[in-house]
Design a protein around this ligand. Structure first.
Ligand code: NAP
Length: 554
């Protein structure tokens, strides 16, 4: 047992106070840092978390093979030198379990659980204009008022419902990757079905296949995946990176995604000869991670450059998968390479060479229903003991609209976003004063190293509240004109890329009826952070600042 695991303890049952300066919803990495940072300002902070403990994404996604696709040395809090010295990651890409231990260690190290009420689902958060207060209520009927409401609910925390006909009649076990049972799942020797082939499935499938009796994968859209080349993280490598972390962080903050890739370049594909292009892509494949997406500057901008990378992966799949018919099914078609989030895998395509693994293309053989004993397609019945749904999330907006947020005039966030999620810098929404959304829609969030992005957001919010307090102000609200301008800019930047050509969750396309728009800011973390800094330096340009105190308004 590691020292961190020993430190882990069950969460105390915090009593909900009647009022706090700041309420933080969510106790993942963003929530933990928010508690730390607001406490530093001398503010009273209280938090709610739906799970029984801290960790957010890493609390819920306990499926086999779950690990981060950002390198451990980058996916690390930067705010505490002591923490950097105390924590040693063991693998290049950390497992879900180790990241959860880290979250727990941080919570203990800075005594952050003290002000968090766990097992608390928020059902409403309502703004009272006259009092300039938010009232936040839990499902259990507890409530608290606060001046500032900060959501740190994650971008991928509402798993899509597996609304397959007949599921209620299934006599075996079914689970969702995004809400994997804490007590674990036993699949050894069993007939297992996996539905979906996104990142979660691509990580789970090789692990499940190792001991399942038989595994059948139901694929709707083949996905691009490249090798992660995970391995141990030598202590000296982490020490090197962490030795001067401020300099390292400054370098990361100048990148588009909060991480660097060996083959990143400003050169276009056409700047290289055919031979050089081929060599570069091969080198990128051998290096793993998102090198293949970065080895020409225009891979997700230009169709010809994109086709090169796409066809390169197609060839790799044909080389790896022995059965040609299975290989053809696994070849992604109909959308540009990298415009659905590129998956990093360990032996994903190799797994299809196992005797106990089969692939079903549900376009050829649609799923009709789940039965008492398995799954019926148009062609045959697949018996199952366990069905794993890896069908994705109501991304970016789902976690926020589910909170029951109502701003000025009782107007709900759900209604405000009915035609698209408009948000100023992904941080604030007109009509919802003093509400801050960490990694909200139209911020770089999911396109970046999330820890870097959430630290930037929390720091910006904390500095903003401190500045308001210093000036005797207590109301901040995004202006509609600034929000519209940001939405136009966000859309313009996205339209400059090939990303809108894919039916991805980035576009809201995976949820029926959800408005189509590119939900993140793709202009780069570097540009985005500079814009946020400029907004703050320019007296919070685009926000209306005021005070609720009558004597100061007079
Ligand atoms: P996802 O990428 O949305 O994949 C969902 C899969 O389920 C897709 O193959 C989708 O097919 C399929 N699907 C959805 N509804 C279906 C239905 N009714 N019938 C059959 N198939 C259906 O979800 P995810 O794999 O959970 O990944 C989501 C995101 O989480 C990732 O893109 C990534 O950002 C993050 N994530 C990160 C890591 C990591 O750090 N390593 C790991 C896992 C997830 P279509 O493509 O046809 O819709």
């Amino acid at each position: 047992m590691t020292a961190a695991r020993q430190l882990q303890r069950s969460a105390p049952a915090s009593a909900v106070p009647p009022h706090a300066d700041v309420v933080v919803i969510g106790a993942g990495f963003g929530g933990l840092y928010a508690h730390y940072r607001f406490r530093q300002l001398g503010m009273s902070v209280f938090g709610f978390e739906q799970g029984t403990d801290v960790g957010g994404t890493w609390y819920w996604n306990r499926y086999p093979g779950a690990r981060c696709d950002v390198e451990s040395v980058d996916y690390t809090y930067s705010f505490s030198r002591e923490l950097l010295d105390e924590w040693q990651w063991s693998e290049r890409f950390s497992t879900q379990g180790e990241i959860l231990e880290y979250a727990s260690y941080v919570a203990d190290r800075f005594d952050l659980r003290r002000d968090i009420k766990f097992e608390s689902k928020i059902v409403s958060a309502i703004y009272d204009v006259a009092a300039n207060l938010w009232t936040v209520r839990t499902e259990k009927g507890e409530s608290i008022t606060c001046r500032y409401l900060v959501t740190t609910v994650g971008c991928l925390s509402v798993p899509k419902d597996p609304d397959f006909e007949g599921l209620e009649s299934f006599k075996g076990q079914w689970v969702q990757t995004g809400a994997w049972p804490k007590e674990g799942v036993d699949w050894a020797g069993k007939n297992v079905l996996v539905i979906g082939t996104g990142s979660s499935a691509i990580q789970s499938i090789p692990e499940v296949a190792k001991t399942a009796g038989h595994l059948t994968i139901f694929q709707r859209t083949a996905n691009y995946s490249v090798p992660a080349y995970n391995g141990p993280l030598p202590e000296h490598r982490q020490k090197e990176v962490f030795a001067d972390y401020p300099a390292y962080l400054a370098m990361l903050r100048k990148t588009r995604g909060g991480q660097t890739f060996e083959l990143q370049t400003d050169n276009f594909a056409a700047d290289f000869s055919l031979e050089e292009q081929r060599e570069r892509m091969e080198q990128a494949w051998q290096l793993g991670r998102w090198n293949l997406q970065s080895c020409f500057r225009d891979i997700t901008l230009n169709e010809d450059a994109n086709r090169l990378a796409g066809e390169f992966v197609h060839a790799k799949i044909r080389e790896t998968v022995k059965d040609p018919a299975t290989a053809e099914k696994l070849i992604p078609r109909g959308y540009p390479f990298g415009t659905k989030r590129l998956c990093l895998d360990t032996d994903y395509f190799e797994t299809f060479n196992r005797d106990n693994v089969d692939l079903v293309d549900i376009n050829e053989e649609p799923i009709l229903r789940i039965t008492e004993t398995g799954l019926q397609t148009s062609a045959k019945h697949y018996p199952a003991d366990l069905i794993i749904f890896a069908i994705g999330f109501d991304a970016m907006t789902g976690p926020l609209v589910n909170l029951g947020i109502k701003g000025r005039g009782g107007h709900s966030l759900k209604d405000a976003w009915a035609d698209g999620a408009e948000s100023y810098l992904g941080l604030a929404v007109p009509g919802f004063p003093n509400l801050f959304t960490v990694n909200g829609p139209s911020s770089p969030s999911v396109l970046t190293n999330m820890i870097l992005s959430l630290e930037q957001h929390v720091d910006w919010i904390a500095d903003c509240i401190a500045a308001l307090r210093e000036r005797g102000l207590d109301i901040i609200e995004a202006r509609q004109d600034a929000t519209d301008e940001w939405a136009q800019h966000t859309e313009m930047v996205a339209n400059h890329t090939l990303f809108p050509k894919a039916n991805s969750w980035y576009m809201g396309a995976n949820v029926e009826g959800k408005p189509r728009m590119f939900l993140a800011y793709i202009g780069g973390f570097d540009n985005y952070a500079a814009r946020c800094d400029a907004v703050a330096a320019n007296d919070y340009e685009g926000f209306a600042l005021s005070t609720s105190k009558v004597e100061e308004r007079a």
